[in-house]
Design a protein around this ligand. Structure first.
Ligand code: A3P
Length: 306
């Protein structure tokens, strides 16, 4: 039986956010029990915004003195095992993990909206948050392919109308999409030390600058020697779509941590603007207008063409 994930029925609205029931339960456990420490790094995204890429990049940047790129754990482990999700995995099913046992700095991930982060993260002075945002047309497209590939919706897709309509209405895991982006956007404007706001499209345009920006923000800047030795480029190449997609650890098998999702379903095309192959122009125009309307005067813009 296909598990319907993106169609809305199994999502419930809690305090304005659309949650799958098991995620909401885990979120409440996480909010109650998590204790941040000063060196924590929290990676936050909307699902299908490039989370896997951001995990690979942050992990490689922070751990670059522990092993060379040739010996990176990324070569044998899917990035989701190296940087675990908080509410989606660590605190799932009422589990209270011993995260004090994790080596510091702990790199942890979440899809939760900013206002759902526990105060221990927000009040912890040096704990940092990186948010990666992606244009809604590619997020929508990527999520639909992900759902098809993992059997959450049945093939062939009967019609695009229902998933598109629900996405526009904000009914999407952790949605509405707009509120999610704006929550972190506004927080990054208020406190740029606390939240680094990145865009998938910018990473695609200039990954080397983005690698350096992440390293600077996390307090692990590249030295002149490292730059001269080409370490920035090496890390960018290690974490590139082409490289990660073709590693055995990402080509085969299923996720042990998140409801049996296929490892390879996290690596589909990795492009900006692939929505043109799924979404007809009339729908695209509507979603683009909606984005402009929702983002309003916030100053946030997302490029849908790359
Ligand atoms: P597409 O489905 O458009 O190809 P998430 O990691 O948040 O689940 O997002 C998955 C999306 O990020 C997929 O988009 C996937 O192909 C893309 N992706 C994964 N690894 C990437 C990488 N190293 N570089 C660029 N995009 C990547």
């Amino acid at each position: 039986q296909p598990k319907k994930l993106v169609e809305g029925e199994l999502l419930a609205n809690y305090q304005g956010i659309w949650f799958a029931a098991f995620i909401l339960r885990a979120t409440l456990t996480f909010q109650k029990h998590f204790k941040a420490n000063d060196s924590d790094i929290i990676l936050a995204t909307m699902p299908k915004s490039g989370t896997t890429w951001l995990k690979a990049l942050a992990f490689s940047i922070v751990n670059r003195n522990n092993h060379s790129v040739d010996e990176s754990p990324l070569l044998s482990s899917n990035p989701h095992y190296l940087v675990p999700f908080l509410e989606m995995y660590l605190y799932k099913d009422g589990n209270i993990p011993d995260i004090d046992a994790m080596p510091c700095p702990r790199i942890l991930a979440t899809h939760l909206p900013y206002q759902f982060l526990p105060s221990t993260i927000l009040d912890c002075s040096n704990c940092r948050i990186i948010y990666l945002c992606r244009n809604p047309l590619d997020v929508f497209t990527s999520s639909l392919h992900f759902a098809l590939q993992n059997g959450f919706v049945s093939r062939p897709l009967a019609s695009l109308d229902v998933p598109f309509e629900t996405f526009c209405q904000g009914i999407y895991p952790y949605g509405p999409f707009w509120d999610h982006c704006l929550g972190y956007w506004n927080a990054s404007l208020k406190n740029p030390q606390k939240v680094l706001f990145l865009k998938y499209e910018d990473l695609k345009k200039d990954i080397n600058s983005s690698v350096k920006k992440i390293a600077d923000y996390l307090g692990h800047p590249f030295s002149a020697e490292e730059e001269e030795a080409g370490l920035v480029e090496e890390i960018a190449t290690l974490c590139s779509f082409e490289n990660l997609k073709n590693l055995n650890c990402n080509k085969e098998g299923e996720m042990q941590t998140v409801f049996g999702v296929k490892h390879n379903s996290f690596f589909r095309k990795g492009e900006v603007g692939d929505w043109v192959n799924l979404v007809p122009p009339s729908m695209a125009n509507r979603l683009e207008k909606l984005m402009q309307e929702k983002f309003g005067e916030s100053g946030l813009t997302l490029d849908i063409h790359g």
